[in-house]
Design a binder for this molecule. Structure first.
Ligand SMILES: Cc1cc2nc3c(=O)[nH]c(=O)nc-3n(C[C@H](O)[C@H](O)[C@H](O)COP(=O)(O)OP(=O)(O)OC[C@H]3O[C@@H](n4cnc5c(N)ncnc54)[C@H](O)[C@@H]3O)c2cc1C
Length: 110
């Protein structure tokens, strides 16, 4: 379904979120949840701003659950310009089997 930047469909008072939405954004559970919470905020009058998506985590709903947001340290090393790394922060994810170091956006890289 096509929606505008407030998740409104072409039918008055009908919103859409999740997999049915025709947008070039990953069709994942965190996307559906974020869009649904955004719509709830609109309906409750908490915000009238257009939707702005945060970095979407890749979430694999297996046992154990694994997830990643941002890029790995190894991927970051392949970026030639240090300026591209300035807005990333080192983070760590443990899924029970393995610990992965990676970078998340919107924070300072050290
Ligand atoms: C095999 C598979 C594996 C996936 N693995 C992952 C994963 O590991 N991580 C991840 O983040 N995402 C994963 N996804 C994607 C994720 O499931 C979807 O992005 C997410 O569920 C979308 O949520 P939604 O609420 O839009 O739709 P849905 O979760 O599909 O919910 C739609 C609901 O509407 C109901 N419905 C349909 N038609 C009607 C009707 N006419 N009347 C009433 N109810 C109706 C359905 O029964 C369903 O309950 C996977 C998807 C698939 C298919």
């Amino acid at each position: 379904m096509e929606v505008d930047d407030h998740m409104r469909t072409g039918v008055p008072n009908i919103y859409a979120s999740g997999d049915v939405v025709d947008k070039r954004i990953p069709k994942l559970t965190p996307t559906a949840e974020f869009e649904s919470n955004y719509i709830a905020g609109q309906l409750l009058g908490k915000s009238d701003a257009p939707i702005v998506y945060p970095a979407t985590p890749n979430l694999v709903l297996t046992l154990p659950r694994i997830a990643q947001v941002g890029i790995t340290i190894d991927e970051a090393k392949k970026i030639r310009s240090p300026k591209e790394l300035l807005k990333f922060r080192s983070a760590r994810l443990t899924n029970g089997l393995k610990t992965v170091n990676f970078l998340t956006p919107d924070s300072e890289f050290s």
